[in-house]
Design a protein. Sequence first.
Length: 227
Amino acid sequence: MSERRQLWETLAAFLAQIKKEADAALDKDVQLNTALAGLQDEVRRLGKAQFKANAMVEDQSTRWDGMIAEARTAREQQAQLAAQVAAERVTARERELLETFLPALDGLESAIASGRRYLAIRDRAAGASNINPAQAVLVSPADRAMLAGWLDGLRLVRERMLAILEAGGVTSIPTVGHPFDPYMHVAVGTTSEGEGPSGTIVAEERHGYRSAGGVLRYAEVIVYRRG
């Protein structure tokens, strides 16, 4: 074989080897590109899945926040309703207390007023010059002292009863000398005898009482009206 032919065969073999290696490298590039493309697709898929998951978590979080806010509002409303019901029950108990307590207090005050009137009559009778011995015994100083002591005892009982009411937050409604207030007083009569501005209360027929929750019993009064 000539040297030239041998050289061409060697060169052809070398070129074939280069082509083979180039084809192999190209196949690797194709495979790499395919793998990269697949990886990019997977990254995109995972990104979409993560975005969807984040959106779902955010939506769920918003729902939970809304549910928590609704529960808190419901709890606050329930607490307010419970407080209102408790206050109404307290007012109802106060009224029940007054319904049973005030008649006794009214009777006690009526007895004190009657005793004072009777004591005034006795004092006028004791000053008369034409009383007989039997009448003199009835208006004697000893008998008067006994009646006055009895009235003092009634007044002490009344003060204790008023203190019990006050301890429970119940106080008397002011009347005589104060202007008539339709939110606290009931006018059971009027009179042209009096002084001061028209509408001033000049007498009280029955005590009224109030608490922090409002009027428990209106005061019955006589109101001055100028003629």
